[in-house]
Design a protein around this ligand. Structure first.
Ligand code: NAP
Length: 167
């Protein structure tokens, strides 16, 4: 099973200038809890946007650059997205999370490589340059939703919504 995890504004913005355009501590905690000890697949730009290699997680970085290399025992660079997903499956007993960015989300959803989406819907309209694709209600059914308020931890209110593939 492959899950996708994303935070997107009402207008589907996920990033600006290579960074997240908000500060949502409770959402970061949710991401950490869900993904720790599992396998993450990400585009090269998302990897470079991380402040550091995330502890206790396998990082599979997708890049077309055959010379791209990351000197860390928890990081692997793969040149083809399908092969990255196949490689992720070799880590038996671990869950697989596609963690972005926009180009990887779009390709993975189009290929129907994803069974579950954890979408943090940030309740704001934000300017940005990286986007989450529109997901069709024909293909995705909402199964749970949890609301978080705006407060000193969270710059905006947001809902964490879990979707399962139905189409
Ligand atoms: N809000 C969220 O949940 C969230 C999550 C993740 C990221 N983000 C944001 O999203 C932005 C980055 O997203 P992005 O769309 O610009 O970049 P990205 O998807 O992270 O990375 C794009 C790169 O991935 C590689 N790539 C993409 N498709 C490939 C394929 N089929 N085969 C091989 N390599 C492939 C290419 O690397 P090469 O150029 O090296 O070939 C490409 O330039 C940042 O602002 C980040 O902060 C937000």
């Amino acid at each position: 099973m492959v899950s996708l995890i994303v935070a997107a504004s009402e207008n589907n913005v996920i990033g600006k200038d290579g960074k997240l355009p908000w500060r949502l501590k409770d959402d970061m905690q949710f991401f950490k809890k869900l993904t720790t000890s599992h396998v993450l697949i990400m585009g090269r730009k998302t990897f470079e946007s991380l402040p550091k290699v995330l502890p206790n997680r396998v990082h599979i970085i997708v890049s077309r650059d055959k010379n791209y290399d990351v000197a860390d025992e928890n990081c692997y660079v793969i040149n083809i997205l399908d092969e990255a997903i196949d490689f992720a499956r070799t880590f038996l007993g671990k869950q697989i999370f596609i963690i972005g960015g926009g180009s990887i989300y779009e390709q993975a959803i189009k290929k129907k490589a994803v069974n579950k989406i954890y979408l943090t819907r940030v309740k704001a309209y934000i300017e940005g340059d990286a986007f989450f694709p529109e997901i069709s209600p024909k293909d995705w059914k909402e199964v749970t939703r949890t609301s978080f308020p705006q407060n000193e931890n969270n710059e905006f209110p947001f809902d964490i919504i879990e979707y399962e593939r139905v189409g």
